[in-house]
Design a protein around this ligand. Structure first.
Ligand code: ADP
Ligand code: MG
Length: 609
């Protein structure tokens, strides 16, 4: 008689099913099912998602879910990850300095360097003097253009202009000699007069080049190496801008202040470790790596980190109906990041990139809850439910169905909330570990660094390549290749960056250039995924030496990433490791590993009685 058995993997993001048709204990065929996880992994809210996933698979097998004889779910200890951002620097302008202004429609093009001069004093400048004229809103565009033309005729070298009104293009159209013009500077009265100033406007669609380079700024103002170091964050903030102004005012007017951000307290087996958040992610992670078994993590009360860690704890306690005092944080991951913030004391709502630390935390609770979930599920489906095997070993079992793999094998399961690693030796013995930080953290970094307030958009930026609609008949992909079209494209997309999704294009509502978005995307993956892969390898290894692994197989949703494969190969080939995405059951790619493992482990057990 035919039997139907399903392995179901409840993840943070996805609930996956491997459904097998068996005859006398032998597998005839196998199909996959997938659905979004409902609720937090390991809680009764999951049932809806489980049923959807089972239905999805059953349809492919042409059976009813009720015909399934046995369902094996993973012994998933609930894991939740959360993410907090702690800004640790604050840029203050103590004296009027305009930096990095990026209006929509600057005028002119090129670079202008000179001393700032008020419009009403323009004609009093000396012949041959290089000036940048500052125009208040009491002067309209015709007067401004006339004034500048007159000054140029009398030999004054007007190299650029800063306007209060949004008139950059109008003024520029009336000039005999074209100059770069920055407009929409709200607090024009605060622009310091008589100071050295550089204005840069890129061609439409281009990015500035000189002022986004620290050495460029150093060249313009003749800065010393020490001064150049101070302006690095200004240059960084200007990358990808269409236009910018930098004004040099006497001695250190742009200051970077550190905000006290509290401490992270990590309880090890024998002692307490402390990490100051404002020392940055690297130091936090060095301390985390020293703790051999994290018992719990807390943060200074009243800080973002402290609040976030308690929020994770409370949420987990509520969901699993436990006392929050018995919920422990078992791992954290910190990454350095930069986030856009308005400069204090700004003149035109300038934004600078402040340093911040992003932290992901992970909580594990008891298996007890899976049992409860299994009981409830059995009642609803009238089917036998078993909790089968630890997630890590199941992932290895599933990954081993990839052609060309063999034991010993290290499997990395990169999901939404956590990165799980499991090593299986020749004899089949396994060693699983769980680390905080995976796909969700990458998305949140992208969202924060680009200043998006839209998780879905950030998720799409993470998953798909970019392109720019350069004309109504062609687009340029981020790799430089061009595609032409016979029919005109939607004019709303003209000059926009788009995400190339398989189901269609999606415009990116951000003023950032394609290059900038791409850079942020890649760096986020590097900072979270690659770092966590290396961390997992170090943790699983017996010798602490990454070189001991030969084969590393990637599974989980984040392994689907279109550029991660190459990044991993790059990072691991240094250590002589062969790595790549799994191809579960030769058909599923890196998906369905744990679910397949659950089913195959059952088949093995049947075989051996
Ligand atoms: P879990 O096991 O925690 O449920 P999954 O294995 O389903 O997680 O992985 C979910 C993660 O994979 C999410 O962070 C999602 O953004 C990411 N992901 C899914 N598809 C892709 C893709 N094509 N490229 C990059 N990341 C992806
Ligand atoms: Mg998973």
């Amino acid at each position: 008689m035919k039997e139907y058995v399903a392995g179901v993997d409840i993840g943070n993001a996805t609930t996956e099913t491997a459904l097998g048709e068996l005859l006398d204990g032998k597998l005839l065929r196998c199909v996959s099912g997938i659905a979004d996880t409902t609720g937090i992994k390991g809680t009764r809210d999951n049932i809806q998602g489980i049923i959807r996933s089972l239905k999805n698979a059953s349809e492919k097998m042409n059976i009813d879910p009720e015909q399934i004889h046995l369902i094996r779910i993973n012994e998933a200890t609930p894991v939740i990850g959360d993410f907090a951002m702690e800004t640790i620097t604050e840029t203050i302008i103590t004296e009027s300095t305009l930096i990095g202004h990026n209006p929509d429609t600057p005028g002119g093009i090129g670079i202008g360097i000179g001393r700032t001069i008020a419009f009403q004093d323009l004609l009093e400048a000396e012949e041959g003097q290089k000036v940048i004229v500052v125009v208040p809103d009491t002067v309209d565009f015709e007067m401004a253009a006339r004034g500048i033309n007159e000054a140029v005729q009398s030999g004054i070298l007007v190299e650029g202009a800063i306007l209060k009104n949004d008139d950059g293009v109008l003024v520029n159209n009336r000039l005999e000699k074209k100059i770069p013009i920055l407009d929409e500077v709200e607090m024009i009265g605060k622009v310091p007069i008589g100071m050295e100033c550089a204005v840069e406007v890129a061609s439409p669609g281009g990015c500035i080049d000189l002022l986004s380079n620290p050495y460029g700024i150093a060249t313009v103002f003749g800065l010393s190496p020490a001064e150049t170091k101070q302006i690095v964050h200004i240059a960084k903030a200007l990358i990808g801008n269409r236009s910018a102004v930098v004004i040099k005012t006497p001695a250190g007017e742009v200051k970077e202040r550190k905000i006290p951000a509290g401490e992270i307290l990590i309880q090890g087996k024998n002692r307490l470790y402390k990490a100051a958040v404002d020392r940055g992610a690297q130091e936090i992670m060095t301390i985390v790596s020293r703790v051999d078994e994290i018992q719990d993590v807390t943060g200074t009360k009243g800080t973002n980190v402290g609040g976030m860690l308690e929020k994770v704890r409370m949420e987990m306690a509520n969901l699993t109906e436990q006392d929050y005092k018995t919920v422990f944080i078992k791992d954290i991951m910190a990454v350095d990041t930069i986030v856009p913030r308005e400069v204090l004391g700004n003149l035109a709502r300038e934004i600078t990139m402040e340093k911040a630390v992003g932290i992901a935390a992970m909580v594990k609770t008891h298996k007890l809850h899976m049992k409860r979930l299994a009981e409830q599920l059995a009642e609803i489906l009238h089917t036998r439910i078993e909790i089968g095997g630890v997630e890590g070993s199941m992932a290895v079992m599933g990954a081993l169905t990839t052609p060309g793999t063999e034991k010993p094998l290290l499997v990395l399961d990169i999901g939404a909330g956590s990165t799980d690693a499991c090593l299986m030796d020749e004899k089949g013995k396994t060693k699983p570990i769980h680390l905080a930080g995976a796909g969700n953290m990458v998305t949140m970094l992208i969202s924060a660094e680009l200043g998006l307030e839209d998780f879905k958009l950030a998720e799409d930026i993470k998953k798909y390549p970019l392109a720019k609609v350069e004309s109504l008949y062609h687009i340029r992909y981020e790799d430089g290749s061009v595609e032409f079209f016979n029919e005109p494209l939607d004019s709303k997309l003209f000059a926009r960056n788009i995400i190339v999704k398989p189901e269609g294009w999606k415009p990116v509502n951000s003023r950032k250039s394609m290059e900038k978005i791409r850079q942020v995307r890649k760096e986020a993956k590097e900072k979270v995924l690659i770092q966590n892969i290396l961390r997992a390898l170090r943790k699983v290894s017996l010798t602490g030496n990454i070189n001991e692994f030969e084969h590393v197989v990637l599974v989980g949703g984040s392994s689907l990433d279109f550029e991660l494969g190459n990044m991993v190969t790059d990072a691991l080939s240094h250590y002589g490791i062969v790595s790549g995405k799994a191809n579960v059951r030769s058909t599923e790619g890196p998906r369905n590993a744990v679910a397949t493992g659950l089913l195959f482990a059952y088949l093995e057990e049947r075989k051996h009685g």
